[in-house]
Design a protein around this ligand. Structure first.
Ligand code: NAD
Length: 338
């Protein structure tokens, strides 16, 4: 089978992880990545064997000044790809997709874009089959992906009456030294925060309300989730077993001294995960409690990396893959060492 040729526009936090994840798959390859500047990330991309293209014609001179060899501009890259994965900052993708549409190129947007920009929001476990019929898709944000990973199995197996979730959000990524807050805790005053409605773009009939608070950390988001289940006959062990049998969910325990996002990230480094990433959603097993028919649990989301396997599955779904989501998830995760 011919390799799926993927172009990546924007080689930042998400773009460089997508490139590395694709490189590990046997059915797709990175045709090229775009950069605006000849910075350390551009140099590393070339060193890793990725072809670098200027994100716009006007950026070519930046590379000329630095005497860095690039392969051309994004227009040259678009001639060579089957699918573009847009990894520019939120809002830029809405402009880029117009260019890709004109050239009839399949496109995957990220969670920073609005659902309406392409009208289809993806998660591997919920709508893989539907993605096979789409030319344009959006992989939902890190937080929404995190919520879906643990809620969807409950929704499917037990049913869900209502979800109330509070999202404690990291204020910036580790590479970002521009944003804050540095010494404050900042609530989102609108209820629901955008996360609940965003989840409903994928699981359409789930009842969910969300609140969100930004805190001065860079390493993970933490979700505090309460779920009303329709039946009181379910016990907590059934729920834990269900999650344990679901890919991309990993348990940690306070009694093993994993009591915060700091130890979770240390565990990722100790496991020699690439960049210290955790693609799984981390659930505290001993922080999961059923009170009556309300389930309470905490989960940590590694914002820089949880969406990456979903992006790989989405590429595969939109490129004529014959298997179902379980097969794609297994292929992606095996290659990425998840
Ligand atoms: P980033 O800022 O780390 O990287 C963006 C890259 O795009 C940079 O290399 C930047 O130079 C380049 N770029 C900026 N403006 C551009 C332009 N006009 N044209 C071409 N390239 C441009 O951003 P990111 O965190 O990787 O986010 C990318 C997308 O992924 C956003 O939609 C974001 O919401 C989403 N997302 C981010 C995270 C996260 O935690 N970082 C998680 C999930 C989804």
């Amino acid at each position: 089978m011919a390799m799926i040729r993927v172009g990546i526009n924007g080689y930042g936090t998400i773009g460089k992880r997508v490139a590395d994840a694709i490189k590990l798959q046997s059915d797709m390859k990175v045709e090229g990545v775009t950069k605006r500047n000849p910075d350390f990330e551009a140099r590393l991309a070339i060193k890793k064997g990725f072809d670098v293209y200027a994100g716009e014609e006007e950026y070519v001179k930046n590379f000329d000044f630095a005497d860095m060899q690039i392969k051309g501009t994004i227009d040259d890259l678009l001639e060579r790809v089957d699918i573009m994965v847009e990894c520019t900052p939120g809002g830029v993708g809405a402009r880029s997709i117009e260019k890709y549409r004109k050239k009839n190129i399949k496109t995957i947007l990220q969670g920073g874009e609005k659902h309406e920009t392409c009208g289809f929001s993806f998660n591997s476990f919920v709508n893989f089959e539907e993605a096979k019929t789409k030319k344009y898709a959006r992989v939902v944000s890190c937080n929404t992906t995190g919520l879906i990973r643990t809620l969807y199995p409950l929704y499917r197996v037990f049913g869900i009456e209502r979800v109330i979730a509070t999202l404690i959000r990291r204020s910036a990524d580790p590479r970002d030294s521009r944003s804050g807050p540095i010494n404050a805790v900042e609530p989102v005053l609108a209820v629901p925060s955008h996360h609940g409605p965003d989840l409903q773009t994928v699981i359409k009939d789930i009842y969910i309300q969300t609140m969100a608070v930004k805190v001065p950390t860079t390493i993970m988001h933490l979700h505090c989730i309460a779920v009303d289940l329709p039946e009181s006959t379910v016990d907590v062990h059934q729920i834990l077993r269900l999650w344990d049998n679901t890919p991309r969910i990993k348990f940690v325990r306070g009694k093993d001294k994993i009591v915060s996002s700091a130890q979770v990230m240390e565990l990722a480094r100790d496991l020699n995960r690439s960049r210290g990433d955790f693609n799984e959603i981390i659930v505290w097993e001993d922080g999961t409690h059923l009170v009556g028919r309300t389930l309470f649990y905490y989960q940590a989301v590694h914002q820089e990396s949880d969406v990456i396997p979903e992006i790989v599955d989405c590429i595969r779904a939109m490129s004529g893959f014959k298997g179902d989501f379980t097969e794609s998830v297994a292929i992606t995760d095996k290659a990425m060492g998840i």
